[in-house]
Write a protein that binds this ligand. Structure first.
Ligand code: SF4
Length: 338
């Protein structure tokens, strides 16, 4: 069965007699994981909603819950919990409840970018997630924990699903109670993404997958990313950083013998010195099934790179993927169970 889009859900409510104020309240309660008949400013639902709509709310809430259901969960020692979710048509995607009141959501089932170090990329794209399915991941996370931050960093490439991703971001910003900075879109970049970011009214923080300062090496690591040189990517990122007011986070998965050399450290300094940016060096978490040439880099080398970059004025920190202890990594639960 196919999931309804956010627009179809709105139309269903309108058909049940909902006026704009009713729509707004129902969506707001859904995104906050509260019962749809929660009293509002002391007004009971019975006095706020028309009777036809009130009577239909339990069935509508069940429809919302069907958008994404937990298929399996994998708690980790670091406080993260990886959720393998089942969508209405049987597709499965991952969400991660992050330590520190965050949730990481997927934007596609699978991914077409094919990054050399990513489990998801090895299986290609199954389909785009709808805006409603992205929002359902947030609602589901909030039903389990307090969530104040959403990162679009799960399965999929947001720049390949712009309409659904930005429809979800708009609603999370306007009705979901998330400040612009509390939403982080992680992307390989691309001209269409930057055009869209500039045109939107909600401006999320941006994390850009850089991974190499060398154009050919980056193209080999991210084979189906839109063709943009590292220079062009950083220039577009810098323009957006000034528009939205928060720094760009550059992502760099450190791979032994591939992008951990002195040439790359010099490249990062050349690209990012003086920019409104920070660098995240990510310790690679290899999938259980090893079918790529990528290997993790030693801890000492990552620490050394971090020290050199910070000394050169590039604010740099080491990141580890949350849920590492749960045998997780980008798309690994999904890859293990399909
Ligand atoms: S790292 Fe992200 S963009 Fe690259 S293949 Fe995996 S999901 Fe896609």
């Amino acid at each position: 069965m196919k999931s309804p889009t956010l627009a179809q859900l709105r139309r269903q409510l309108t058909g049940l007699g909902a006026k704009p104020a009713h729509l707004e309240r129902i969506l707001r309660l859904w995104l906050r994981a509260k019962p749809l008949d929660t009293p509002f400013r002391k007004a009971a639902a019975a006095t706020f909603f028309p009777a036809s709509l009130l009577g239909a709310l339990p069935a509508f809430a069940a429809r919302l819950a069907d958008l994404a259901r937990v298929h399996a969960e994998f708690p980790a020692e670091d406080g993260a919990c990886r959720l393998l979710l089942r969508l209405l048509d049987g597709q499965r995607v991952e969400s991660v409840l992050l330590p520190g009141e965050g949730v990481c959501v997927s934007t596609q089932a699978g991914c077409a970018v094919g990054c050399a170090f990513c489990a998801t990329g090895r299986h290609g794209l199954a389909r785009q997630l709808l805006d409603s399915e992205i929002l359902a991941q947030v609602a589901l996370a909030r039903a389990r924990r307090s969530v104040k931050r959403v990162v679009f960093m799960g399965m999929g490439e947001p720049a390949h699903n712009l309409d659904n991703v930005f429809s979800a971001i708009r609603l999370l910003g306007l009705q979901g109670g998330f400040g612009h900075k509390r939403m982080v879109v992680s992307s390989v970049g691309g001209p269409r993404l930057f055009e869209r970011l500039a045109a939107e009214i909600v401006h999320p923080a941006l994390a850009l997958s850089l991974h190499s300062a060398d154009p050919d090496r980056r193209a080999a690591l991210l084979p189906n990313a839109p063709p943009m040189t590292p220079e062009a990517l950083v220039a577009a990122g810098e323009a957006y950083a000034h528009l939205c007011g928060h720094p760009i986070q550059y992502q760099w998965t450190v791979l032994a013998g591939i992008n951990d050399g002195d040439d790359e450290v010099a490249g990062i300094i050349r690209l990012l010195r003086g920019k409104h940016a920070m660098m995240n060096l990510i310790a690679y978490n290899p999938p259980a099934a090893r079918d790529s040439d990528c290997a993790p880099c030693g801890e000492d080398r990552i620490v050394e790179m971090t020290r050199r970059l910070n000394r050169a004025g590039i604010l740099t920190r080491i990141r580890r993927s949350a849920g590492r202890m749960a045998d997780g990594g980008c798309g690994q639960l999904w890859a293990r169970t399909t």
